[in-house]
Design a protein around this ligand. Structure first.
Ligand SMILES: [Fe+2]
Length: 474
């Protein structure tokens, strides 16, 4: 027994030495990098996050001209993020820009600074400027830099033309941010920096952010650095589920892994309770539109296996077909749209509940419209649908175009949805106007018909090894 303890101690020492070898390697420099702009507690606040190798201080200097950054916003001391795979470390910085004491302007210039070392001078356009409406959001999942991916360029082009007000990346970031001792994450954040610093870029969690043993360590640290304020402001204790108000839209980011992975399922009651409380708190007179974003979708026809059957049904009707079903909440609180990704395709439903469309138009829907937009940066092209089109299908993209969804909130009754493909001008490949003159609960007394409930336990024994062995899996 003593020998086993000694061997164990020696192994631990060896492991620590190996980690120290890794951690001594400079993975980032002293100049602020991986800079990302996010939202704050109101449209007067913007959170900025960045990374250095070992600096302590976090300062953002801001002004209305690039040559005069006279306003200073001090953030907390940097947090050391020592990732668990190799032990490499990075210092995470953040600061909140509060525009309430700054002369109003449609655009501001800003610069991050840590321990006296400054990053590039950047600029962002105030959300909604110069007009308060419409607000235009880019929504998508599954975005990395694979082969022939020009979705990023398409969005960057629209951003430069001031056609995007905020971006919501609904999980599966970079494939995977924790790979190669988190260097894949470093590369991704630097690659999207030009876009992610010009408009608020908000992240949600997907299965590819689950890290080792479903710890979500990299996501929690990296995304938490800039988005903790969003979680705190929506009474969430996790950056994996939170909500934010922008103009007339209440946007909810959900963690759907808790409905799939047994190791994460213990969180489902907490997330479900938070979601219902958040939905209850929505003032529809101020934010009539409710959009729920979750990495995995409830309605899709791409795969016959668990992705579009077991998993979708688990989220729709609940774990084991009975516990914490999300569709019940969507109907109960009149959620206008649920948008997800995960499976790499584009698909749009009619207003649908319990697996049946309530109508074949978008005039005053009596159920939630579901949009699948999970092919922003990955996916085999061409591909095919394994399940025939369903009566609730409005559209399936048979061309498997890499795409993102633009939601334009025109006013309290009209919201436009454009699925835009990659390439020059981001051509629209599907479009519809959602008209709702009576925002609110769809119907009381909702219950899932027995014949629609899944009959088998829906458990997916996924593991990191399986996930990574597949490479660019869903
Ligand atoms: Fe996924």
């Amino acid at each position: 027994m003593a020998m086993r303890s000694s061997l164990l101690s020696a192994s631990v020492v060896l492991l620590v030495c190996m980690l120290n070898v890794h951690s001594s390697q400079a993975v980032v420099g002293s100049v602020p990098e991986q800079i990302s702009l996010s939202l704050g507690r109101s449209l007067s606040e913007y959170a900025v996050s960045w990374i250095t190798n070992s600096s302590k201080t976090s300062i953002v200097r801001l002004g209305t001209q690039a040559s005069s950054l006279s306003f200073t916003f001090q953030g907390p001391q940097a947090t050391v993020f020592k990732e668990i795979t190799c032990g490499t470390s990075r210092n995470l910085h953040s600061a909140i820009i509060n525009l309430s004491g700054v002369p109003p302007a449609p655009r501001y210039f800003y610069q991050c600074e840590s321990d006296g070392v400054q990053g590039p001078v950047l600029s962002f356009r105030v959300l909604g400027a110069p007009n308060p409406v419409p607000h235009r959001f880019s929504l998508f999942g599954d975005f990395g830099f694979g082969d022939n991916n020009t979705v990023y360029e398409a969005m960057l082009g629209m951003s430069k033309q001031e056609q995007i007000d905020a971006i919501f990346h609904i999980g599966d970031i970079a494939y995977n941010i924790d790979d190669n001792c988190n260097r894949v994450g470093d590369g991704f954040y630097n690659r999207v920096q030009e876009l992610a610093t010009s408009v608020p870029y908000v992240y949600g969690v997907g299965n590819h952010e689950s890290d080792v043993l479903h710890s979500y360590d990299s996501y929690n640290h990296r995304v938490g650095s800039g988005q903790q304020i969003l979680a705190a402001n929506s009474s969430s204790d996790s950056v994996r589920w939170f909500s934010v108000n922008i103009g007339q839209a209440h946007i909810i980011m959900m963690d759907t892994d808790a409905w799939i992975y047994p190791t994460v399922m213990p969180l489902a009651p907490t997330i479900y309770a938070w979601l219902e409380k958040d939905l209850q708190s929505v003032d529809r007179s101020r934010t009539p539109w409710i959009v729920v974003l979750g990495h995995r979708s409830m309605y899709c026809t791409k795969n016959k296996d668990g992705e579009c059957n077991g998993e979708a049904l688990s989220i729709r009707y609940g774990i084991l077909g009975a516990h914490y079903g999300l569709e019940e909440l969507l109907i109960k609180y009149g959620v206008d749209v649920f948008l997800g990704g995960h499976t790499h395709h584009n698909e749009v439903t009619w207003p649908v509940r319990e697996g049946r469309e309530t109508q074949t138009n978008y005039i005053n829907p009596r159920a939630t419209v579901h949009i699948q937009c999970g092919i922003a940066g990955v996916g085999a092209v061409p591909d095919y649908f394994e399940i025939p089109p369903q009566s609730w299908d409005q559209w399936r993209d048979l061309t498997y175009t890499r795409a993102f969804t633009m939601m334009t909130v025109h006013n309290r009754t009209h919201a436009q949805f454009d699925i835009r493909g990659n390439g020059l001008g981001a051509p629209i490949i599907n479009s519809f106007m959602l008209v709702q003159s009576n925002h609110g609960p769809f119907e009381a007394g909702y219950s899932t018909p027995d014949h629609l409930k899944p009959t088998l336990p829906i458990l997916k024994m996924a593991s990191e090894s399986v996930r990574k062995a597949k490479g660019h899996t869903q």
